[in-house]
Design a binder for this molecule. Structure first.
Ligand code: ADP
Ligand code: MG
Ligand code: ZN
Length: 475
């Protein structure tokens, strides 16, 4: 039997606020001394009262607005009880039945050129737990992370392939970065995925039984875990068995998922409204203000690139997809002047180099300004595209000013019109037959003459000028 995969993702992203969610401890915890950022509130001491961090709420709402979500003007926090040494309060403060925003949609682009909408069920705000490190001498606990703010972004189970899951996760990372809600740096533990995955016979409407693989902390492990689960569940179902609904973990070394515990249900957590925190009342004015503060989103930017710059929809959306790439493009364009040529250089030459080095546009060795100058030199006809490609590597590696490189190496195309006119005249004199063909109405004969001039100048003549001079001389 053929099976179809059904996936829903729960994505946790650390909100990049200055302080933690309910106290004044610093939220800047990467590589800090363990337990340096703790206080009575995030350690859950009796009587300590949490106070909601407005910056966290604003950032969560912005992320929601960027995904087209509806804001719940009334929303609230709830206690989710469970016991684990990394959770000093004995419960997590989260949002159970009324999240801050819900019902959005994220559009993803796929390899085959198609696009697809993945619905977002909800985004809620919650605090993180601390971190345990198991050593030979015992287990160590670091509470710096305890009480740091997270948004949990829950998708609908609309995802139908590993590629879609991966693209959706990448799109979420881009959006939370775009609106500056989260730095979403996975090496720093600022974003992680829970993968809900099931199979169903092709054509069946009802979902199958899912497994939930928790805490995947890279795109690669998300993809690998999904591939592994598809294989594992296919084997079980093909043999007539049933998938157990359970929570599984990912073993990054063995590249397998392993059973951790049976799936808990809401009742296990004994949720109830958090009595120490009043509900959040979000006014229409506040929502409007946050909307006004939103940066131009990728789709809007792409549309603008199409309409104002005449770029194709595919090129426009590629450039607009990430804020640092779009910024690089706009900075280079301001100098270069030609949108298509600038886009082309970025999406072919530069993207290839960046991919090779696994870096983003913001980390490019070549500044956007110097790329702009390079494209401008081509655009003005000072150098040919071929010469630009020849010097590209050198210019890129040293972030050199291409104008200087061209000057120093004497690479300018011949644009001295007096000198060129002489050469063109010689070519015309030597080619009576072609000239008369041209005068007799054969437009294309002029190409042969241009070719001869280029040959006579070893390719250094400015072709645009050669064309103009020829037309002038031939009348
Ligand atoms: P829980 O409360 O157990 O986390 P939710 O209903 O909140 O469950 O769903 C969590 C995620 O799992 C959502 O992204 C949802 O779309 C997805 N999901 C639910 N059922 C299935 C299923 N049968 N197969 C795959 N994903 C599922
Ligand atoms: Mg869940
Ligand atoms: Zn604290």
């Amino acid at each position: 039997m053929e099976y179809e995969v059904v996936i829903g993702l729960e994505i946790h992203a650390r909100i990049n606020s200055k302080t933690k969610l309910f106290c004044r401890c610093s939220n800047d915890i990467f590589n800090e001394e363990p337990n340096a950022h703790t206080c009575m509130i995030c350690m859950g001491n009796p009587g300590a009262l949490p106070l909601t961090n407005k910056e966290c709420v604003s950032k969560a709402i912005k992320a929601g607005l960027a995904m087209g979500c509806r804001v719940n003007e009334f929303n609230k926090f709830d206690r989710k009880s469970y016991f684990y040494p990394d959770l000093p309060m004995g419960y997590q403060i989260t949002q159970f039945d009324i999240p801050v925003v819900e019902e959005g949609v994220v559009n993803i682009s796929l390899e085959d050129g198609t696009n697809k909408d993945i619905r977002v069920n909800r985004i809620h705000i919650e605090n993180d737990a601390g971190k345990l490190t198991h050593t030979a001498g015992g287990t160590l606990v670091d509470y710096n992370r305890a009480g740091t703010p997270l948004v949990e972004i829950v998708s609908e189970a609309d995802i139908r392939s590993v590629e879609e899951a991966s693209q959706y996760a990448r799109q979420i990372q881009k959006i939370v970065r775009y609106v500056d809600a989260s730095d979403a740096n996975m090496e720093r533990g600022q974003m992680r995925f829970d993968l809900n995955i099931s199979l169903r016979p092709k054509g069946q409407e009802e979902f199958g039984i899912r497994a939930e693989v928790k805490n995947l902390n890279s795109f690669r492990s998300l993809e690998k875990a999904a591939e592994y689960e598809i294989k594992r569940q296919t084997e079980i179902l093909s043999e007539g068995g049933t998938v157990v609904q359970e929570t599984r973990g990912w073993d990054d070394d063995k590249e397998i998922t392993v059973s951790q515990r049976s799936k808990e249900v809401a009742a296990d957590y004994r949720y109830f409204p958090e009595p120490d925190i009043p509900p959040l009342l979000i006014t229409k004015e506040m929502i409007q203000k946050l909307k006004d503060e939103l940066p131009e989103l990728p789709e809007v930017k792409a549309k603008r690139y199409q309409e104002e710059l005449g770029l194709s929809s595919e090129i426009a959306s590629q450039l607009a997809a990430a804020s640092d790439l779009a910024k690089y493009f706009e900075t280079a364009l301001a100098i270069a002047g030609d949108a298509k040529k600038t886009a082309n250089w970025i999406l072919s030459e530069l993207t290839a180099v960046w991919k090779e080095a696994s870096i983003e546009a913001s980390e490019s060795k070549l500044s956007a300004e110097n790329l702009g100058k390079l494209v401008k030199l081509i655009e003005e006809g000072t150098i040919s595209n071929k010469i630009a490609k020849d010097i590209f590597e050198e210019v890129y590696n040293g972030d050199l000013d291409p104008e200087k490189v061209v000057e120093e190496k004497g690479l300018k195309v011949m644009s001295d019109s007096g000198e060129l006119e002489k050469i063109v005249q010689e070519v015309v004199d030597r080619n009576e037959k072609i000239v008369s063909d041209y005068k007799g109405g054969n437009e294309r004969a002029i190409g042969a003459l241009v070719g001869q001039v280029m040959g006579a100048t070893q390719g250094s003549a400015n072709p645009k000028m050669v064309n103009e001079i020829l037309r002038k001389l031939l009348g």
